[in-house]
Write a protein that binds this ligand. Structure first.
Ligand code: PLP
Length: 283
């Protein structure tokens, strides 16, 4: 692969990042994942806007302007001939002597991007659905910022795997916050789409926003509020959303089947609507 690092393009094996980079030492960095379909960027504007928001929230200096950022995204797709998959972008506070105090603002930040091919359209989970187990949400209190602190979500996924499940849903104060790397949604018995309201507790998913908009346009009542594990287990449908998963049905939670244990019909409609409209709008 050809990667981008601090203004240069290079084969991935030639990239060098200092061991003093605060991304390694302090998890002092943010990231974004943008899906690529047909060699085009899916929901680019949303991901670019969230990157700016995360950077502002942590006083991180994004060394490229809006126009350059789009050029870089397009160029990394072209240089790698990527048709389907994702672009990963990471921005950290750069390298400095190890200190809890941030280095001066003029310390060069570290910005890199790479691509990863993935058959996102042919994901078998879209047809089969996934099983999830619940775990306590032990992450920090600013989950609305997309930081590189992914140790706990990684542990949650390992726990799910050890239990024979596909993913973990995280629970705090008796209610679901989100999946380990996706937004959690349920469909109630009276066909309302229920998803957690935005706050510092969860990431404002770009796919979430689109799916809520599509559901409302489709005549579905959307309720943004917290829900319990018990409510989710008794729901008519459950699903997750994320940039590279789009919409994936959840068919069991902690061993309890959701309805008949098959992917829900509204979930499938929303996936099809999402893929069709966002693929057509990709840039
Ligand atoms: N929640 C968490 C914790 C995530 O890591 C992600 C990332 O994929 C999401 C939600 C979904 O966000 P998006 O739809 O912007 O990919």
């Amino acid at each position: 692969r050809t990667i981008y690092l601090n203004g240069s393009w290079m084969p991935e094996g030639e990239a060098k990042i200092s061991p003093f980079d605060r991304g390694f030492l302090m998890s002092d960095g943010i990231y974004e994942v943008t899906c690529v379909l047909d060699g085009k960027l899916v929901e680019y504007e949303g991901h670019a806007a969230r990157l700016q928001r995360s950077a502002r929230a942590l006083d991180l200096n994004l060394p490229v302007d809006e126009a350059e950022l789009l050029v870089l995204h397009r160029e990394i797709v072209a240089r790698n001939g990527l048709e389907q998959g994702m672009i990963y972008l990471q921005l950290t506070r750069g390298a400095a002597d190890r200190d809890f105090i941030f280095p001066p603002m003029d310390t060069p930040s570290t910005l890199f991007m790479f691509t990863q091919a993935k058959d996102v359209l042919g994901n078998p989970a879209a047809e089969a659905g996934i099983s999830v187990v619940t775990v306590p949400d032990l992450r920090w209190g600013r989950r609305d910022i997309k930081t590189v602190q992914l140790l706990y979500p990684s542990m949650a996924k390992m726990e799910a795997k050890a239990k024979g499940a596909d993913d973990a849903w995280m629970v705090e104060d008796g209610v679901v916050t989100e999946a380990s790397s996706a937004t959690a949604h349920i469909v109630s018995a009276d066909d309302r789409l229920i998803t957690r309201d935005l706050s510092h507790a969860l990431l404002p998913g770009i796919t979430r926003a689109s799916v809520l908009e599509l559901a409302a346009a489709h005549g579905i009542t959307v309720e943004e509020r917290a829900f319990t594990v018990e409510e989710a287990q008794a729901a008519r449908e459950a699903f997750i959303t994320s940039a590279t998963n789009f919409v994936i049905p959840v068919t069991s939670i902690d061993g309890a089947r959701i309805a008949d244990g098959k992917p829900g019909p509204l979930t499938q409609v929303l996936r099809a609507l999402y893929v069709d409209t966002r693929r057509a709008a990709a840039i």
